[in-house]
Design a binder for this molecule. Structure first.
Ligand code: GSH
Length: 223
């Protein structure tokens, strides 16, 4: 039995979605974020030293890192589904997006989250203007332009094919779902980028996505 170590309201939601797409049985072990810091509880470090979610256990195996988990599940249990044929142009695109999601797309979104928090954090009144100015300058200088460029790039890529790897829905779309959802709640992604917006609406309407939401619990990355 596959166990998903699921942190509430997190990236591990897409692992539940993939498992539902593949029709695999799985169980969920739940972990709750600290209400104040939003960090994962220390018990998750007993599963993997970094204490981040998602992590899955499958028999003797413990696998961390969303992209590795997605590739493992689709490759091991997909029976050819959701993974383009080896050697095809689609497979190269699949690999690209599988890495891009966490390697490139998430970094500026995470930085935005951190600088937004610094801007709004409680602190002595004489420090606040300085902290706000530094946070705003960092956002204007590097964070927001990068998010803008990435979203423009992704919007243009979806003009080439219906899904990220090509004409067929693949596990790369599952992997790309989280940065796009995060961008829709904190990165300015909205209807003005119609292809990305339609991508989100389309995946959210999939029955497997809906089943995963029911099992995963409250998820604040939907707009
Ligand atoms: N690149 C990693 C990122 C893992 C990660 O940062 N997960 C977040 C959940 S969205 C987490 O566990 N945050 C809680 C913490 O850092 O304590 C992956 O895709 O698996």
């Amino acid at each position: 039995m596959i166990t998903v170590h699921h942190l509430n309201n997190s990236r591990s939601q897409r692992i539940l979605w993939l498992l539902e797409e593949l029709g695999l049985p799985y169980e969920i072990k739940r972990y709750q974020r600290d209400a104040k810091t939003m960090l994962a509880p220390a018990e998750l470090r007993a599963v993997h030293p970094l204490g981040k979610s998602p992590v899955i256990s499958d028999g003797e195996l413990t696998i961390a890192e969303s992209g590795a988990i997605v590739e493992y599940l689709a490759g091991t249990y997909g029976g050819g589904r959701l993974v383009p044929a080896a050697g095809s142009a689609e497979r190269l695109r699949y690999t690209y997006w599988m890495h891009f999601a966490e390697g490139s797309a998430m970094s500026p979104l995470l930085l935005k989250l951190v600088f937004d928090r610094i801007e709004n954090a409680p602190m002595p009144f004489f420090i606040r203007p300085v902290a706000r100015r530094i946070a705003q300058q960092a956002k204007n200088w590097i964070v927001l332009p990068n998010i803008e460029r990435i979203l423009n790039f992704l919007e243009a890529e979806l003009a080439k094919s219906a899904w990220f790897a090509g004409a067929e829905f693949s596990a790369a779309d599952v992997q790309m779902s989280f940065p796009l959802e995060a961008a829709s709640v904190r990165g300015g992604l909205n209807e003005t980028r119609p292809r990305l917006w339609a991508f989100l609406k389309t995946i959210h309407a999939r029955p497997a996505y809906q089943r995963a939401l029911e099992r995963g619990g409250k998820y604040d990355f939907l707009r």
